[in-house]
Design a protein around this ligand. Sequence first.
Ligand SMILES: [Ca+2]
Length: 381
Amino acid sequence: MRWKKYLPYIVASSVVVVAGGYAAHAHFSEREKAEFNPPHGAYCLTETPSAGLRALTSAASTEISRSKKIKDKSGMVWIPGGEFVMGDREGSFPDAHPLHRVRVHGFWMDSRVVTNDEFAKFVKATGYKTIAERPLDPKEFPAYSKEMLKPGSIVFSSPENPVALDDYRNWWKWMPGASWRHPQGPGSDLKGKGHYPVVHVAYEDAVAYAQWIGKRLPTEAEWEFAARGGLEEKIYPWGDELRPDGKFMANTWQGHFPDRDLGEDGFKGIAPVASFPPNGYGLYDMSGNVWQWVADWYHPRTYERDAQSNLTINPQGPSESFDPVEPSVRKKVQRGGSFLCTDQYCSRYRTGTRGKGDITSGAPHVGFRLVSDDSELNNKL
Ligand SMILES: [Ca+2]
């Protein structure tokens, strides 16, 4: 079956991100886009293919909300803000270069990614259905078979033997019925997994949750500043060694990808939140386990633009998305890497590296955490 990404997708209207005192967006000309050649290594094989080309509900849903009252203030930590060097110093990922100085304001951040239990409260209160749970409208997609119109998502399916690594269809499978409630498809459930990260949430779903609880997604710069935990230019949130004193610090992949997940770090597949030590700011899982949506549109040359200034203050990324690998698909940045990341193919659990995802697609290794500017929280200090 052809991937749904090859089908025309719907853009309800232009999407606007509220600047709110932030630096202006960088703009990229059509010529610059045309001149850009996808660099070797820019595409991470464990990233999710664009699977669900589903309608966006409204442009307003992607706005950064700053004025909502937070329903639950627990579990947030203060990120003091400051200047830092953004980017990956040693990586072979051109979109994470050049290194450049950035300043972010202080903000509050969830110490953990949003869990299944937390997302379930939102769904219970609102009746919200995620994109993966919505069928496509046959009137809008008359060429689709009944099967292709069904709700569903992509699942990771580990092959029994080594496979060619130039075709992600060898391990990503479209699964009707897969959703946050059924992470592995029909027959799977969340029993005993309340404290696992909620997954199969598209960008729109994360924003809907954020608006309900009165928080917002972090910008990419906020996320990276927070992930560094007060350390300067370190490769990982805890320092420069992947396993200091032999200790595993994050849930990643050990073994041959994608056929053998040895789970030497204690987890084959996804892990409950906060299964590894926090960073210097008290944030868990800023490396590995699940990718985390952030508010910025993806563009491989964002850092080139930001590096033209000696200091960029509160950057919010480009005003539009562009991924040379899939130019027609609108993508937001994802950060942190996942349990599928391995130093063989995708070492994007490194703090300065970047991922990206189709805004209409969730996946079994993509979640999110939120931030807040709520001054009421300052009383906790
Ligand atoms: Ca693991």
